[in-house]
Write a protein that binds this ligand. Sequence first.
Ligand code: ADP
Ligand code: MG
Length: 860
Amino acid sequence: MEHILSKAVGIDLGTTNSAVAVMNRADTDIVLHKETRHTATTPSCLWKDPRSGDLVVGRMAARRAGTAPEPIRSVKRLMGRRTTVRVTDEDMSPEQVSSKILAEMKRQIETDVAAWDSDGASWVVDRAIVTVPAYFDYPAIEATRQAGELAGLEVLDLLHEPTAAACYHCWSTKTTDGTFLVYDLGGGTFDVSVVKCTAGAFEVLGISGNTMLGGDNIDIEMAGRIQEYLIEDGYAFDLDVAGDADDRIRFAQLRLLAEGVKQALSTQDGFMFRDAGTVRDKDGTPVIIDRFVEREEFEAVARPLLTQTLGYCHEAIAVATKEAGITLSEVDQVILAGGSTHIPLVRELVTQELCGPTGARCAAPIYDKVDTIVALGAAVRASATGGLVSQDRGRTVRISFRGTGATGTTRTRVAGKVEALTDGIDLTGGHIRLNTGTYDDEADLGSGGTFAFTRVPIQSGAESLLSFEVFDGAGTPVISTARPVSHSDDLGPDGGDAPGKLPKPFLLEVSRAGKPVRKELLPALTPLPTSARFSFQHPGDTEKVLFPLYQRRRRIQVIEVPVPSTTVRGTEITFFVRVDGRAMITVQGSIGSVEFDARVVDPPERDIPAQAEIDELTARFRDGVQFLKAGDRAVAEEKWDFFLERLEAAVVRGDRVQAVHDFEELEVVVDDLPATEDVLEPPKTEFDELVANCRELNVIVHQVTEGLAIQHDQHDVAKSISAQADHGERAYRNRDQRAYAEAIAQLDAVRHYLAGLYHRSGRGDDTRTESQRTAAYVREVAQSATEVMRLAESRRRKDFQREISEIQRALATLERDADRDPVMVRTRVGQHSQRLRQIRNVLTPKSGDGYAALLPEELV
Ligand code: ADP
Ligand code: MG
């Protein structure tokens, strides 16, 4: 009987390049599809021929770069965004474009599996494991699944690219245990993961990365460099990439040249960069390039971008440390993946930063098959997950064998399931017969058509063919097929299950006292599937309550909870947000005993951020960053500058996707700053103490000045204390450090004023004039400025040093004004004193210097 066989394939759907592989029939080796003798990858590029209307995928499409109409590249960057791209004369969604690429990968690997066809059996490709960056968020993952389905592939699973890379490494080295850091720098994305493999099962412990960082960015920088050369050489190359279509094409041509230079410099220390006529300048003059480019020059261009990646590596390790107590010194291997790791500087930086005595347990990263390692690993996983499926030609019955056909024992287990695909066949009471040539066995079909043979003897160290025949309840044969299996003594892991995890936390936006606040619903790295419960009280006056759902900063979905009009305001409504193993979200809930399904809708796309939004975010960043420790502050500032610069460039180019992405990155930087609430200086207890002290002192002063010729309006002062106390309270609630500090400075001045009155009453032994006392106050603060300065110097805080020396200069001037306007001077000095205290607190967290210490001793 003839049958159709299928094994699941592994596809690396890359931003720049895609690759496809499948394990051979007996799961002993991986078959990687090669388009040409030297290339196993296919550019993820789509072009539509304007004349014939044909869609072209891959290398032929990539060759069209720098001509009009431009081919579509890097569409993966748009996955999950509700946008379209112009393919010559047609608008296509990112998932449609990706589906064309996946269909091409399917076609390619079909040519390889066709070689396995024999008389009775023909091989097809209909199931796949597709890889996605670990940093992909929910909409992007979902779009990838859809793309696979549009391409006619059943997507068995979406595997994280770094897990795939680790999977290949374990398979090829026959390792079953280890902790790996996978550093994957491709054309468009950077991914880093800490992956742990225990007894062949993988677990992702920490992830980080950036979906907008890769070799493309290096090409753009390098193209800018080439543009500079050309301008130096007198060519008209002042391009308006945002506004002028011809200039855009000119720049695209420069990018191609830049990529060539980059790749040449991966294997050579210097490159004779020659080109004649590829590009014409704005005046139409053909450009002639003849220039020697040294690797150092390229490295100077690439270094800032590449250095960025190291921060993410430490971030991933920090997550792994927090999640599983894994530190860098416990990482066994650093595995490189992605075409950009061919750049020698990448390997140098990674070795320096992550390997050796202070780093992972390896002297250098593993640099092996970096272009295809992800597809190879996906193939290993596909064979473990997808098993082997056999159908008869008429597609009436299907047998699915579970797992890999490779085994380390000479007696193996073969299990699976038989299903009828048409109504005409009834498998109830049926059975399955097995024959190995030397051994026969029979098993009944269980419920759902399941079967299992245990301890099937197979040939040692070789490939064997197991034949199966299935019979229905009446004993009529319905299908027969064969499964190749293989035995090898030292088998590595079979790419067993890596539980899926949520790459970024899910947050639900809820309204609290009229203000939207985000509440964490599911933390990052929650194993999937999972669900979270949320309850709220019906706010009334609506039949639909909306809850925006965020994945970190990105609004990914809006949950629409339907509320029947009969529901009484205040009724408790509960819903569950379920996230399945493939990150698919569904929401179900109940109002009392009535259950409902909530709608989950896509939110509108964000626009290019307006300058005002950028300014506001910048102000928040500046406010928050000053409270970080010096080292953390430098890291945050570097990250901020990097994304801000890119954001500004993207805004100029009118590149919405990049701009929104970078803006969201900046929002994450701001979100990651410690909550201003916790860092408002000084702590709230000190503020409360100051208020209490002022009030107390006001009463005391009233008592001791009674009947003396000292003007003290207790009522007036009490009012002003209350007013400042209110200001301070409000500022504290609004996390407004500036207003909070202002209120404290005012209260400080009041306290000084009262302390002065107290002394004048004769209770203190202070016989100085007001200006003398003020001058003394200035000196006292100047003294503390000197101390804080020493502290700042010892901490090497140049920024604070500068600020303190400005304060010192101001204090010197104020001391001279103490005679003329003591009140003004005291207020100003109070402000400086407050700022100094704040700086001191930043430099020595938890310094116990409270306001009480400044009160006249007998009052404390
Ligand atoms: P992706 O995972 O984004 O699809 P790849 O892993 O295929 O990308 O990497 C593509 C990137 O690798 C491109 O930016 C390409 O220029 C770069 N690349 C490929 N080969 C080399 C090389 N020899 N030297 C430097 N960069 C290279
Ligand atoms: Mg890749």
